[in-house]
Ligand binder design. Structure first.
Ligand code: DOR
Ligand code: ZN
Length: 346
């Protein structure tokens, strides 16, 4: 059996680093294994201008451990007031790599997101013209739509009409959770990519709700039925360049998770590579792990793959902290529910 695996250094194409004390605590967890990450802009207040993105990038760089070789790829938070020229300048200057679309109210800090998609038409057209990718949180927010159907309905009602109206717009369907998401992404051609998280390859909705409620497994989009998890595992391990890793690692303190109205998010930065190696091993596709973590993402974003490598070895259960301490309180590390056997060599 293979027990050593060397991959080009992976990238995380969807990451929440937060700010302040939380940023300082979680940035090293990602920088340890990843060379680059697309940084989500849902701070309070959100990252809406090129100047905001530059300032946030500098705060991230200052929070990294000395000697860390990690590049944050910044995004702007799309609002109905986004200025297409400011966006185009920030993209041309290399300040931003993508723009994030949150439907207003879809998730954590999404209140400034988009309600009326007609109001962002000019921005989307500009993005199509300059080739700037749009990262989409693909859930409708209408209260009459069942939360487990929100992704599939978004594809039909919002995403497909936007793509038809804006030829050439490059779109990443972020953190897909359904077989409908897999199907739509598979058929979408070269201008459509999709990220898949680590946790959605591991948990289904039973993990959250059966045998007691598990707040640490609650995230958005919420995990779906087992048949959807199986579809995601097939897509991630298929080698299809449409699909790449975006962990959506989203730290919240335990105090904010364990509330009557707890926050959405799974924190997977610490053990993602060990979990993924195990998932790919279970699927008999270890030879495709590198495509998912290190090749397909850069290809979509038209960036070179990393030159460096990381090595994982298989052995006794890997020790990793169950919590990361922060000045704001502990953050629980995602527990896949079984021991992990692939260790990232230091
Ligand atoms: O679970 C999630 N947490 N999903 C999101 O879309 C946002 C994220 C966060 O920022 O906490
Ligand atoms: Zn996210």
């Amino acid at each position: 059996m293979t027990d050593t695996l060397t991959l080009r250094t992976p990238d995380d194409w969807h990451l929440h680093l937060r700010d302040g004390a939380m940023l300082r605590a979680v940035a090293p967890e990602t920088a340890r294994h990843f060379a680059r990450a697309i940084i989500m802009p849902n701070l309070v207040p959100p990252v809406v201008t090129g100047a905001d993105a530059a300032a946030y990038r500098d705060r991230i760089l200052a929070a990294l451990p000395k000697g860390a070789d990690f590049t944050p790829l910044m995004t702007l938070y799309l609002t109905e007031d986004t200025d297409p020229d400011d966006l185009a300048r920030a993209y041309a200057d290399g300040l931003i790599t993508a723009v994030k679309l949150y439907p207003a109210g879809a998730t954590t800090n999404s209140a400034s997101g988009v309600t009326n998609f007609d109001k962002v038409r000019a921005v989307l057209e500009k993005m199509a013209e300059i080739g700037c990718p749009l990262c989409v949180h693909g859930e409708v927010t209408d209260s009459e739509i069942d939360i487990f159907d929100r992704e599939a309905v978004f594809i039909d009602r919002v995403l497909d009409p936007i793509r038809r109206a804006t030829p050439g717009l490059r779109v990443v369907m972020e953190h897909i959770t359904t077989m409908q998401g897999v199907e739509y992404a598979t058929e979408g051609g070269p201008d459509l990519g999709a990220t898949i998280t680590t946790h959605h390859l591991v948990i289904n909705r039973n993990h959250i709700l059966a045998g007691g409620i598990k707040p640490h497994y609650y995230c958005l989009p919420v995990a779906k039925r087992e048949e959807h998890r199986i579809a995601l595992r097939r897509a991630a391990t298929s080698g299809d360049p449409t699909f790449f890793l975006g962990t959506d690692s989203a730290p919240h303190t335990d105090a904010n998770k364990l509330l009557p109205c707890g926050c959405a998010g799974c924190f997977t930065a610490t053990n993602t590579m060990s979990i993924l190696a195990q998932v790919f091993e279970e699927e008999g596709t270890l030879d495709r792990l590198e495509s998912f973590t290190s090749i397909n993402g850069p290809k979509f974003y038209r960036l070179p793959a990393n030159e460096g490598t990381i090595t994982l070895t298989r052995g006794d259960p890997v020790a990793y902290p169950s919590r990361i301490e922060t000045e704001d309180g502990p953050v629980t590390v995602f527990d896949p529910g079984y021991p992990l056997h692939w260790r990232v060599e230091p």
